[in-house]
Design a binder for this molecule. Structure first.
Ligand SMILES: NC(=O)c1ccc[n+]([C@@H]2O[C@H](COP(=O)([O-])OP(=O)(O)OC[C@H]3O[C@@H](n4cnc5c(N)ncnc54)[C@H](OP(=O)(O)O)[C@@H]3O)[C@@H](O)[C@H]2O)c1
Length: 251
């Protein structure tokens, strides 16, 4: 694939992300608390998460492996950070969830598989064929600031997901108001952490595919955070009124 074709594909891909954003503002993705049973057959949600999130690693490595011997140290560090997130998301997160008996529509899993295949392939192609990072990249400010943002976002995401898991006792699948940490100021700090993470990744790689991933992350998570806020307010009359939706003190 030529670099021009690759770039053109990514610009179109980002436009599609913008269209998905508009759609999701009206109809939340049907899983978890926003599950809609009209979306057809479903599978156990743990396996849904495991299958859809493993796909991105498969797509990434299918593109990387033939070239891995030629990759520079900065590329390997970047791939390592990406894998850190997805090893958690695919192999740890689904088995920490307390969602016994809950299901996820096959259509949701299928659309996430499609997204993850494209996202993993675009990043794999970037790191294996197009990227050119000298070792000095590792000391550049954009790399260092990006790593700090990535680490902060990862920690916030992990901690906030953990806080939600801790609200339920074993076998319980009910919903409660989370308190503490960033839950004091926003309703969905796990989604906020994820956005900070991929902002850091876009900065530290300074690349078009990572920017596209950030665009898609915002397109998915901003409407979801809005739907979560509305849902909390509808479910809990005593829900703290000062909590913002996604960005502390802003929105
Ligand atoms: N990069 C991306 O584009 C992208 C897209 C989607 C998700 N993600 C990430 O994937 C993770 C999960 O996303 P999500 O939308 O499923 O998050 P979520 O709605 O906050 O749910 C996370 C987990 O906590 C449980 N939970 C949520 N609110 C709860 C409450 N008030 N009381 C008790 N339990 C509660 C959920 O159970 P139920 O399943 O029973 O609701 C689920 O097991 C997040 O870390 C998110 O950042 C990333």
């Amino acid at each position: 694939m030529s670099f021009t074709a690759y770039q053109t594909f990514i610009y179109s891909w980002m436009l599609l992300g913008a269209a998905v954003f508009i759609y999701l503002c009206f109809k939340p993705a049907p899983y978890g608390r926003h599950l809609d049973k009209n979306w057809g057959p479903a599978i156990p949600n743990k396996w849904g998460w495991f299958i859809m999130e493993t796909t991105v690693l498969v797509a990434l490595f299918a593109n990387l492996l033939p070239y891995i011997d030629w990759m520079t140290l900065p590329c390997l560090v970047m791939v390592g950070l990406f894998c850190l997130h997805y090893v958690n998301r695919a192999f740890v997160f689904p088995f920490r969830m307390k969602t016994q008996g809950k299901r996820m529509p096959i259509l949701t899993v299928g659309s996430a598989i499609l997204f993850n295949t494209i996202n993993g392939s675009l990043l794999g192609l970037w790191f294996s064929r197009f990227a050119d990072y000298p070792d000095s990249w590792l000391t550049q400010p954009r790399f260092l600031i990006g790593v700090i943002l990535f680490a902060a976002g990862f920690t916030i995401n992990l901690w906030s997901d953990g806080k939600l898991f801790a609200l339920r006792k074993k076998g319980d699948t009910g919903y409660y108001i989370p308190y503490g940490g960033l839950y004091r100021v926003i309703s969905s700090p796990n989604l906020f952490g994820e956005i900070i993470e991929w902002t850091g990744f876009a900065l530290l790689t300074w690349s078009l595919p990572a920017l596209a991933f950030l665009v898609w992350t915002l397109a998915n998570l901003a409407p979801r955070a809005l739907a979560n806020q509305r849902w909390y307010r509808a479910q809990f009359p005593d829900y703290p009124t000062q909590r913002k939706i996604l960005f502390p003190f802003i929105w």
